[in-house]
Ligand binder design. Structure first.
Ligand SMILES: *Cc1c(COP(=O)(O)O)cnc(C)c1O
Ligand SMILES: [Zn+2]
Length: 403
């Protein structure tokens, strides 16, 4: 296992392991894996290890000393009933709510916290809309590290907040939104107060690559036509693209899927620039959406996400909060799978793109559903009917059922 950390923009090699941006051009960083030892092998050779992040350890920048909660290995559901409803040939859902803390963030965090331990860091921290903090708090607990999380004031889903506090993180809400919290945590990381584990840390997307490795592995090394992600800070879709580029270069797959990103209408800076064919984007000032996990106006990996989409002939689209909630409930009631609002954005985006004719009904599509429904119980309750209350008699209940 060997690798280099490079600037994704100018290619400069980065030696200092504590940097989160390029000292020459301020560009995003990325890990460049040397995979030459895998040439001539088959991904089937990896199947002696259980499905999960560490099945793919030969493609990850961590040797021994893994901090793991057995993350990954999540279901890939074949959703016939929803496919019928939407009118598409095949719809599969990669259900990331089945991870240890209930979101895909655990994939990145097992690698990121392993890296923190390798570097001898004692305090880890992040800015978060919720799931990153829940995940980091759990892995920090497992590794015996101190953990500091910065949350935007208000608009953090209850389940995520409860998790971060439960696992013993120091939870601080800052007077501002996610973008403000990220700016502050980067500053704390530069001054050496903590090791930052937001997804601008290039080790995080390395773990998140495994989401796409698993999809292809679970499809017995067939490649779906399209993979659709909800997009917030935008590292996850890029990690998926990076993953399958690596496999393509190894000759493990013979085509790339079309990477497609969905943002919420109230926080859609990348959709705006995609519409104009631009490679860069203008931040949105006051992002707003019920899908709090993607309520981000200045996506730190936005340019990478656009590259993933352009390079595979994909699209970026926006959906309204109403479309998101509709998709969330329809999915739950057709397929028995509960996801949080941000996750349902991928489904809502698929529906919209089918209706607009931008996705063919003959495609085999995978939607990534990023987090569990229990993350945000308040939004569920706000969109359900009333609870029914009766006297404790069979007759009263019979009446209630009739009504
Ligand atoms: C973090 C997160 C996202 C967004 O992922 P990015 O890598 O920031 O684009 C989407 N959904 C959920 C549930 C998340 O926790
Ligand atoms: Zn650079």
């Amino acid at each position: 296992m060997s690798y280099k950390v490079r600037c994704w923009e100018c290619g400069r090699e980065i030696e200092n392991p504590l940097l989160d941006a390029c000292p020459s051009c301020n560009g995003n960083l990325t890990v460049e894996m040397d995979l030459s030892h895998l040439k001539g092998t088959s991904p089937r050779d990896l199947r002696s290890r259980p499905l999960g992040v560490w099945r793919y350890q030969d493609l990850l920048p961590i040797g021994s000393g893994q901090v793991t909660l057995q993350e990954g290995g999540t279901p890939l559901y074949d959703c016939d009933r929803l496919a019928d409803e939407y009118g598409v040939r095949q719809l599969m859902v990669k259900f990331e709510g089945a991870n240890p803390t209930g979101s895909f963030k655990d994939r990145g965090m097992t690698v990121g916290v392993s890296r923190a331990v390798e570097l001898g860091c004692k305090v880890v921290g992040c800015a978060s809309t919720g799931n990153t903090s829940a995940s980091l708090a759990a892995y920090a607990a497992k590794a015996g590290l101190k953990c500091v999380v910065l949350l935007p004031s208000g608009k953090v889903a209850l389940g995520k907040l409860a998790q971060a506090m439960f696992f013993g993180a120091k939870v601080i809400t800052v007077n501002g939104n996610f973008d403000d919290a990220l700016r502050v945590v980067r500053e704390l990381s530069h001054s050496g107060d903590l090791y930052m584990l937001n997804s601008v840390n290039p080790f995080r997307p390395e773990g998140q690559k495994t989401l796409c490795y698993e999809i292809v592995d679970q499809m017995d090394f067939q490649v779906p036509d399209r993979i659709i992600y909800p997009v917030g800070n935008a590292a996850n879709i890029w990690a998926g693209y990076k993953a399958l580029k690596e496999w393509e270069e190894l000759g493990w797959i013979d085509k790339m899927p079309i990477f497609t990103g969905v943002q919420a209408g109230g926080s859609a800076p990348l959709v705006n620039s995609f519409a104009h064919g631009q490679e860069d984007f203008r931040p949105v000032k006051d992002p707003e959406t019920v899908a709090t996990a993607i309520r981000i106006g200045n996506p730190a990996s936005g340019k990478k996400a656009l590259k993933a989409v352009y390079d595979t002939g994909g699209v970026m689209t926006a959906v309204s909060d109403r479309e998101i909630i509709e998709a969330q409930f329809l999915f739950g009631r057709k397929e028995g799978v509960g996801v949080e609002p941000a996750s349902a954005a991928s489904l809502a985006g698929l529906k919209r793109l089918l209706d607009e004719g931008k996705v063919s009904r003959r495609e085999r599509v995978v939607c990534v559903c990023t987090g569990h429904v229990l993350k945000d119980p308040d939004t569920v309750m706000a969109n359900c009917g009333q609870l029914i209350k009766t006297e404790a008699t069979a007759e009263a209940v019979r009446q209630a059922i009739k009504n």
